[in-house]
Design a protein around this ligand. Sequence first.
Ligand code: IMO
Ligand code: MG
Length: 419
Amino acid sequence: MKLDVVLGLQWGDEGKGKIVDVLAGNYPVVARFQGGPNAGHSLHFEGKSYVLRSIPSGIFRKDATNIIGNGVVLDPITFRQECENIAKTGVPVKERIKVAKKAHLILPTHRLLDAANEAAMGKGKIGSTLKGIGPTYTDKVSRNGLRVGDILAPDFRDRYEKLKNRHVRQLSQMNFECDPDAEEQAFMEAVDYLREFELIDCEYYVNELLKTEKILAEGAQGSMLDIDYGSYPFVTSSSTACAGACIGLGVSPSKIGHVYGIFKAYCTRVGSGPFPTELFDETGERLRKIGNEFGAVTGRPRRCGWLDLVALKYAVMISGVTDLIMMKSDCLDSFETIKVCTSYKVDGKETHSVPFDTYAAVEPVYTEFRGWNADLTGCRTEKELPEEFRNYIKFMEDYLEVPIRIISLGPDREATIMR
Ligand code: IMO
Ligand code: MG
């Protein structure tokens, strides 16, 4: 069977949580493969809302197994809080979640280092979510990290102290004032809690499952935040593209099936970094208000702008997207005119490529569409969609050369059109 992948194609916050929750009805297994609690995946159903950080968005589906894969960085404290909240609603979290032994642990001091790094960068800061993501992946790559499986070792406490002391030295070199012990007890208790879960050899587990089951891999963040292909250095520290699912779960590229790419009908970005179609006027303000564009994790207002098809086509290429999923086009319902960026002007020359240095003055070139001026939120079939809207979709499919298979017209599970 195949591993199908759901990916964000922009700067995160595309609506991955909702779509994974919708698709998870057809998948017995959902797996996260990268990122950590920097993610905030929102789900709405039966009048309730949830924000998931580390837990896969299949958690509310009965009988679904939810895997936290090798490529993830896991903060035991956040994980415990998240699990306990969900458990209150009657979900048997310990039965439904399996955690990869090779996933790396976020220590409280990783979070302090994140804050220290950002403070040291001043104006040039990344705008990190401050969840310790960058420092944890740094320790992984420099071969200093602690992994989930290490919590089973008799000398775990010694290993923890060794890494913590290393962090304390780094923090004091940076003159960052903090109390490195403040969350130590909560961390140790959360580690005890984590021991109550089934800790798996994810690569064996997933490949064995694939003999009989299809699996849905749930990406976090988005292509333009990818460590290699995003707007470096204003990126996250993991591989958010399709290939990341292979590395993060221990699965061969030949096992990849559908690659679902999610995008919003406009763009948003939180944190710093280039954003060619950003709007600083009242249209941007209007998008933020209608789309409720405030961070699910940090509450920060998101920067808003028109859809950028140049960047989107780049993301489609990097991940080999087979099926597109368009989110939040209902937020454009009241706009007279809708713009999409179809090329860039760089140094006066027109291009359809994302330049190496996205900080070079990139001027977006727009194609304008007449708005549909109709309320799409109640539409449940394609026939109900206005003609202007269908033309708009057709234009995007022609430009991106990939079909739009799912149109989401509201946060609820039910507000979804399958084509
Ligand atoms: P989901 O999965 C939006 C952004 C941060 C910052 C940069 C680096 O909900 O789409 P990090 O904490 O990873 O070191 O921050 O990446 N960022 C996100 N933006 N959605 C996310 O996740 C994000 N995860 C990280 O704002 O600019
Ligand atoms: Mg988010």
